[in-house]
Ligand binder design. Structure first.
Ligand SMILES: [Mg+2]
Length: 167
């Protein structure tokens, strides 16, 4: 286990597929986040990465009485209940919720989150291309195509981590 590195993984649009058919109102409904379709290849890659690295879930949640619980249910249902989980109130920087004593690598589908993330030294971002988010936005850092299988995702993320550590 590499103790100097922490990997943080976003849920919506990464581990959990973004439901483009859902209205904003539907996302507020109890159970919505528990029922999202899993991105199986990334989930399997994260399970493999968790054997070597300290991996945490880092996900934004609505400040209601059920969304965090729904996300915990989803993680358990999809075999990721063993990971540390950090929930960030929607709209707040994910940076504010982590321990800065480590090299911190965030995998996220949202460029704004990644841009905020890399403003702090020792923080690195990897954009997960889920087929819905833009590939021509402002993010010019590391990217991983979500279409890869779990082995390829695992190897690619591992390669990026090695590159970051070696730099
Ligand atoms: Mg996301």
């Amino acid at each position: 286990m590499n103790k100097n590195i922490k990997l943080y993984i976003d849920m919506d649009g990464c581990l959990a597929k973004w439901n483009t058919d859902a209205s904003i109102e539907e996302t507020f409904e109890p159970g919505y986040f528990a029922g999202l379709e899993p991105e199986e290849s990334l989930i399997d890659a994260v399970k493999m990465l968790a054997q070597e690295y300290d991996v945490s879930i880092l996900s934004a949640v609505y400040q209601d009485n059920h969304s965090a619980g729904d996300k915990i249910s989803w993680l358990k249902k999809n075999g990721l209940g063993f990971l540390d989980t950090i929930f960030v109130p929607y709209g707040e920087s994910k940076q504010k919720y982590i321990n800065h004593d480590y090299t911190s690598i965030l995998i996220d589908d949202y460029s704004k989150n990644l841009e905020e993330w890399v403003l702090t030294s020792n923080c690195y971002g990897i954009k997960f291309l889920n087929g819905i988010n833009s590939t021509k936005g402002q993010w010019t850092g590391f990217m991983i195509p979500g279409k890869m299988n779990s082995q390829a995702l695992y190897k690619t993320i591992r390669g990026i981590v090695s590159e970051i550590v070696a730099a």
